[in-house]
Design a protein around this ligand. Sequence first.
Ligand code: FAD
Length: 463
Amino acid sequence: GIKGSNLKIAVVGSGPAGFYTAYRAMTLLPGCKVDLYESFPIPFGLARFGVAPDHPEVKNCQEKFEEVARSPNFRFVGNVKVGEDVSLNALTENYNSLVFAYGASIDRELGIPGENLDGVYSAKDFVGWYNGFPQCFNLNPLLSDSENAVIIGQGNVALDVARILLTPVDDLRKTDISEHALEQLSRSRVKNVKIVGRRGLLQSAFTNKEVRELFSLKNCSFVPLEDKYIRDYRKDLSSLKRQSKRLVDLIDKYTKPDSMPLPKKWSLEYLKSPLEFLPSNKNSSRVGSTIFEENILTEDKITGSFRALGSGSTVTMDSDIALRSIGYKSTPLTGFSDIGVQFNDKRGILVNEAGRVCGGSELKPIPGFYTAGWLKNGPTGVIAFTMGDSFDTAENLVQDYNLGILDLSPKLGFDGIKNAIKSRVVSWEDWEKIDKFEKANGAKLGKPREKFISTEQMLNVLG
Ligand code: FAD
């Protein structure tokens, strides 16, 4: 038979990692069957719910995923939350191999006083709000009476949030940003955005490509970086890594202290860790300012990494809204202990060796279980990285297959569990129907798509 025709794989999660792993495995083993389980009725994970609406080119990966989905050896099993609508035991009984690629669905908290005040949001929720993520529809961020926003964290997500807050609303209208967000952003009075990191300029987690987009915003000026954060690097540019040198150049290029101030402004703030959110004078349930401790950067001579040490002195920044953007986190699935795989709670990843999931008393790879994407590595990396890394996982799965390590006894796959699934299964054809509706709804508004904002709405169009 065709190579791989005795192999049935279940992939959990239909984000980039799930699709790229499926794609690579199906390419190397053209006979294998892949069923991809997804908790939402719609595919693509953060390529739909994370990637900013003004980054449409990033979503081109979806065309590749659609090609994968058209293969007769592929099945989309949407609206099925693994661990709830179907048990892990049922999956292991009916497949030769499982790939966990379910991403990172919660966000880290700062754990400081005042975090529950009105006006303090997680970037994850804010992103979900403008991207039509069902649970975030009701966020209603307090924008219409806010001037000063503080964003804590300096990854690409933080910059996405800053850009959405600062971009003229008319430029967002043509994107697939959700209508409710557009409407509220059009009433926003935010005009001053500070993006705060706990370490120094060269430890900024964002990419130069993303920060350049902020520099290019019309209507918005960059507040010159305080000299103390950059002057040492300027002195010795040739010793810097290419990427760091480029960042220093970018900042110098866009620092125009004498130019006319524009209506909105943004700044990068360094060496500050948040200590506490304080209520505003006018409203005790609402945030008004954020206290930061100033840090000193120290280098660990052994690892070469830089750490921030508190100096004891503090600064206070006005913040009518504050957004924490300090990372996403994965959580274990119900049933991991039944199948013996080990989840690392501290790092929020499934313990693995190059994508081979580990467990047992010796924490060794368990044949048949694999992981990819943010669940495998932690919540960092752009889609291009997730792709290459998911290919590695698939190649290791195929290697185990070739070495005869996998249990290849006949399995029923989807047929073995379809009657046990507790939810209404959404097929790829169903998703295509939802997709058509969303595109049609978008077209009426001059947008590529208007997303349904609840699972119910998605299922309703299927009748
Ligand atoms: P995800 O994309 O999160 O996919 C996981 C999937 O698993 C989801 O569909 C989820 O619903 C599903 N799932 C979860 N639990 C279960 C369960 N129990 N059962 C079944 N299914 C489940 N990268 C870029 O290259 N460019 C960008 O501009 C960019 N912008 C980003 C903006 C934001 C705000 C974020 C957060 C990320 C961005 N990224 C960007 C990074 C990119 O989104 C990730 O690299 C990529 O999505 C990670 O893929 P993943 O498959 O591991 O996880």
